[in-house]
Design a protein around this ligand. Sequence first.
Ligand code: PLP
Length: 399
Amino acid sequence: MSTYEEIVDRERHYLLQTYSRYPLAIESGKGVYVKDVRGNKYLDLVGGIGVNALGYAHKRIVNVIKDQAGKVIHTSNLYYHDYQGLLARKLCEVSDMSRVFFCNSGTEAIEGALKLARAAGHASGGESKCRLVALEGSFHGRTFGALSLTANPKYRQDFAPLLEGVQFVKLNDVESLRAAVSDATCAIVLEPIQGEGGIHECTPEFLRAARELADRHKAVLVLDEIQCGLGRTGTMFAFQQYGVKPDVVTVAKPIAAGLPLGAFIAREELAGAITAGKHGTTFGGGPLVCRVALEYFAVLEEEGLLEQVNRVGAYLHQKLEELKSNFASVRQVRGRGMMQAIELDVPTRPFVDAAMAEGVLINSTAETVIRLLPPFLLEEKHVDKAAKVLRKLLKKRPA
Ligand code: PLP
């Protein structure tokens, strides 16, 4: 096993330097804790950016991976296997939608949804029905299509030209949304709860307006639930708490418990827009990832994890609100379930380093936001520990 210094040194020499990592090399994990290569233990409230909903080394996941790896990992999409259809059926059941396409990441799910929306737009309104409406503060991924819908210049700069015909609207500004959507719009794409943007929720009125405008102009409403979906906010999808149903929903992150899998799920009416040969992937929806994803859903149900997300998430929110009452530097507490944020009046990156020194992993996003995306296995005692550390840090105000 390499030392921390060897690991860092090797990466510095051989990796394209696209990540500014925290000074931590993880060796293993169990439940809601990870261990670094130096033997230190950390309570993990980041969960691999919302991927490790079942924590680390979950017995059922480990067993399924072992068993399936000994049978077949990959088949390609030239052939059938048992698990793709079973998982597609499960996704249709939990979303009350009809057709699934499997890919390998969140950004690929968005790309596929965009292609479906463009194809549907062309079919109903000709090639001019191609425009896209997305939100300021959004994050949909880093491939050219997904990046074109991601407003923050930090991600876009240096990569122009991106897709043409994308219009950004201020979050929850219904009038601007109305002005932006027209018969030339093929899709409105938004996160019901913005994740990378700092945990900002769409209001129910805004989501309802998006639904009405999509219907009126025959556009596709794509809800990106890659971060907020699959149980994180206490229901299988965040949109289920709003009573607004999308035409397409995208998922990824926790679905295969850390293995790369993404998907978009569409309504039946869109199924004809993409036919054989128009979209595809070598890896997407292989037997290993699909079987693990089926196990993910089984664990959520059989271990009562949605109930836990609601109960412990509410407790976490309450503890964060208590910090807000005690510290003027806390501007706002936002979030639902295991997707919570505290916004401070200063940049939060130094807090991440200081929390790590105290044995707790937290994440900084949107400059001044501490974002928490803990595993669904989090318990009240873990929340108490995290709140104690955050209280200490807010007193010290690390810079
Ligand atoms: N959409 C949302 C809402 C996300 O949070 C992310 C990643 O953070 C993506 C899309 C892109 O997913 P991936 O990093 O798996 O490509």
